[in-house]
Ligand binder design. Structure first.
Ligand SMILES: CCCCCCCCCCC/C=C/C(=O)SCCNC(=O)CCNC(=O)[C@H](O)C(C)(C)COP(=O)(O)OP(=O)(O)OC[C@H]1O[C@@H](n2cnc3c(N)ncnc32)[C@H](O)[C@@H]1OP(=O)(O)O
Ligand SMILES: Cc1cc2nc3c(=O)[nH]c(=O)nc-3n(C[C@H](O)[C@H](O)[C@H](O)COP(=O)(O)OP(=O)(O)OC[C@H]3O[C@@H](n4cnc5c(N)ncnc54)[C@H](O)[C@@H]3O)c2cc1C
Length: 679
């Protein structure tokens, strides 16, 4: 770049950075990128549809800088802009007649930077799942047409995890045929629901139902909170924002205090349980049927994780192909690309491989969920425990992986990864929320462990199992490690057997430890608590095995060209081997593999880094993520990293004048205190 151009901070070269261009020129995968993009989008038509949505959104300045502009704005403005974006997004949905799926694409395109997400993510799905047909006819179109805006208000100050412990109460008054809602204690105050603070006028409030002094468990109550005339809180309602968070500050997560708020009997969402005019309580289906909206969101989070990692690996791979630092070969005149260092590949490729893995895994999980949901809608709850276990567990495992890998990606960009303009810091902080929302990860792993203990006991008593736990019927004596040569480490089917045995061993160990403690005289709850750590380990091992199987089988179903198959298979092998090496202790301790196999696997792992290297840029290009979506100066398609960094300094409010007012107010009087102006 010339000195003159350096002074013109607004200039971004019109050409792609030759460093990135050479990557694209040299990758044999480049001609096949659109084939992979079509897989990720679910077909070439969908790719075109997404690009059309991008064109619509990004011709509007309101959305163009959405991924990054919040950095420079005070909270108040961020919220206002988030509401403006929400309203524009809803209007565009109507204008272009977008389906729910297309609306979902639009939300991805703007990287979730809007305020009223809870209305779509939870309020409408909860209405669909918890209402009777009559209630749906009354409320759903109002919500879908944005005549009412709502949220899902379950968590309280004192309880998020333990739903039996929720203290908000809905007491039935048969004389007026109303429920009276109260948050009678400090700990019962609703706390966290998205868009509650300032935006919504309705909420589905999860409260303990009381009739004639008797408790009937947690139920959903559709409750108006603000006037539809002037948006003021209705009588008995106190509501506000809970304050700034690590990220998501466009969203007004709120608190809610209810003091004798009366709602008509018809506003209890009665699909799963009914209260008659006279106050007679009946229920149908399992007691946890009211937890169903959470299952859907957990399934969705697995897909979000894949999207987050696609964004971050786009940034880190492109940046690593542009950045040069030190040199591998002292005779070379040029410094080396950091992407050529094996250690850099080891930081960057796990994210890339996991982005693809979670894409395939989330697709399978979604299909499994839709199948089970259809059965449940017909009154068949047989597969509910299995889908609860799968959705809760996959949410926990993918959120855990995502946070870990994202932070490594951020570090892989060195100092520049610490700049807000890299967008990686915000991505890490946002992903951290996914570990907690929709069920705290440890708690969800323990739900999986509870299911596994039951299934293991059933297997031991001779029951034939199906679904994800079918393998618990295995005879461990018959296992011998299937990896007999270094070449076997590339065989994912063999590696899946290794994962399966490790899971079996860890589950049986947890079961044995529990049994030992109970037989030793410990009470059930004490025995459980004394083994929670092993139970979580067992759950993780099971989920990782399930993930491998779903990934492998999903890949097997693809009809793809040879180069694409080779590139995607490299990622599959790397992901499978990487997660064994990462958990080496468990695999060795359970004797799923021996020391020689571990040596071979470690060699295979680094060999795969070299296999992936030539196609790394093509593999992230294939995600086809718009520069405005990831919003990172480091990760744009043209690779003009340094020019974009310089340009981004123009957005900094401190740079709007040469001499800041604080100089006159503070620094100047201080410097001149001894009359040094003559120096
Ligand atoms: C690209 C960037 C994207 C970023 C975008 C970010 C946007 C963020 C939006 C986030 C929105 C967040 C919303 C929320 O967080 S809403 C609140 C969510 N809250 C929770 O998830 C609460 C977690 N707690 C629970 O789910 C349960 O309390 C728990 C499972 C922990 C235990 O339940 P309970 O207290 O009732 O325990 P029990 O021991 O009595 O019951 C256990 C039995 O119940 C079965 N069970 C549990 N849950 C379910 C379910 N959902 N479906 C079916 N069955 C369930 C369980 O299997 C046990 O059965 P058994 O008794 O037969 O063993
Ligand atoms: C960004 C964000 C958005 C949210 N949006 C909403 C929303 O829209 N609506 C809504 O209702 N809620 C919302 N929530 C709340 C969220 O669902 C809860 O925070 C979550 O369910 C965890 O509950 P908790 O905060 O009570 O954590 P806690 O349960 O208090 O967890 C604290 C610690 O205790 C441990 N722990 C708790 N119980 C057990 C147990 N039984 N066994 C072992 N360990 C245990 C956990 O593992 C954790 O380490 C949101 C939260 C966040 C961060």
């Amino acid at each position: 770049m010339s000195a003159a151009a350096i002074l013109d901070l607004g200039k971004i070269p019109s050409k792609v950075n030759p460093e990135l261009q050479s990557e694209r020129d040299c990758s044999s995968l480049t001609p096949y990128i659109s084939e992979i993009t079509a897989i990720v989008d679910g077909g070439r038509n969908n790719t075109e549809k997404r690009r059309q949505i991008e064109r619509i959104l990004f011709k509007d300045p309101l959305f163009r800088d959405c991924a990054i502009d919040s950095v420079y704005k005070p909270r108040d403005e961020m919220y206002a802009r988030g509401v403006e974006r929400s309203v524009r997004l809803f209007a565009l949905k109507e204008e272009y007649n977008w389906t729910d799926e297309e609306f979902g694409i639009a939300v991805y395109v703007i990287n979730h930077q809007y305020s009223l997400g809870l209305h779509t993510v939870m309020f409408i799905p909860a209405l669909e799942r918890l209402s009777t047909e009559q209630q749906k006819a009354k409320w759903l179109h109002l919500a879908r047409n944005y005549q009412i805006i709502g949220t899902y208000a379950q968590t309280e100050l004192g309880h998020g995890t333990n739903l039996q412990g929720l203290e908000t109460i809905a007491t039935y008054d048969a004389t007026t045929e109303e429920f009276i809602l109260n948050t009678p204690t400090v700990t019962s105050i609703k706390w966290w629901p998205g868009a509650l603070g300032k935006s919504v006028n309705y909420a589905i409030i999860l409260a303990t139902l009381i009739i004639d002094g008797k408790k009937h468990g947690m139920h959903p109550f559709l409750t108006p909170l603000r006037s539809t005339e002037d948006h003021k809180p209705l009588p008995g309602v106190k509501v506000g924002d809970i304050g700034p968070k690590l990220t998501f500050n466009t969203v007004d997560n709120g608190y809610l205090i209810l003091n004798n708020v009366r709602i008509p009997r018809e506003n209890m969402l009665m699909k799963n349980a009914q209260v008659s005019r006279e106050g007679h309580f009946t229920s149908r289906g399992p007691s946890k049927a009211n937890y169903s909206a959470m299952i859907l969101v957990r399934v969705t989070i697995v897909n979000w994780c894949s999207v987050i990692l696609s964004n971050s690996s786009t940034i880190t791979v492109r940046y690593s192909a542009v950045r040069r630092q030190s040199t591998l070969d002292s005779s070379s005149e040029k410094e080396s690309k950091i992407l050529d260092y094996q250690t850099q590949q080891y930081k960057v490729f796990p994210s890339l491989a996991t982005a693809y893995a979670l894409f395939f895994v989330s697709k399978t999980l979604k299909n499994r969920y839709l199948k089970t949901y259809a059965e449940i809608m017909k009154g068949n709850f047989k597969n509910l425990p299995e889908i609860h276990c799968q959705s809760a567990g996959m949410k926990a495992l993918s959120a855990e992986m995502t946070v870990e890998l994202l932070e490594i990606s951020r570090q892989a960009c060195g100092g520049h990864g610490y700049l807000a303009a890299s967008a990686l810091g915000d991505a890490v902080a946002s992903a951290k929320a996914l570990v907690t929302v929709e069920g705290e990860n440890t708690v969800l792993y323990l739900q999986v462990a509870r299911y596994l203990m039951k299934r293991f006991a059933a297997a031991v008593s001779g029951e034939r199992l199906s679904g994800s736990t079918e393998y618990l019927c295995m005879d461990p004596i018959k296992y011998s490690c299937p990896i007999n040569s270094p070449g076997d480490c590339m065989n994912v089917s063999l590696l899946c057997q290794v994962y399966r045995f490790r899971a079996y061993r860890m589950i049986s160990k947890a079961a044995r430890m529990l049994q030992r403690d109970i037989e030793g005289g410990k009470k059930q709850h004490k025995a459980m608590n004394d083994n929670l750590v092993q139970l979580v380990r067992a759950a993780r091992a099971h989920l990782l095995y399930c993930m491998m199987v779903d990934y492998k089988e999903s890949m097997n179903q693809l009809q793809i060209s040879v180069p694409v198959s080779k590139a995607l298979n490299n990622l599959l092998v790397f992901f499978t081997v990487f997660n064994i090496v990462k958990n080496a202790g468990d695999f060795l301790e359970t004797e799923s593999i021996g020391l020689p196999q571990m040596e071979w696997l470690k060699e295979t792992e680094v060999k795969m880094l070299a296999e992936i290297r030539p196609d790394a840029v093509s593999l992230v290009d294939a995600f086809d993520i718009h520069d405005n979506t990831h919003g990172s100066v480091l990760g744009c398609y043209d690779g003009n990293v340094y020019e974009r960094m310089l340009k981004s300094t123009q957005n900094e409010p401190l740079n709007q004048c040469d001499v800041h007012y604080s100089f006159h107010q503070h620094l100047k009087p201080f410097l001149q205190r001894n009359n040094t102006s003559k120096l």
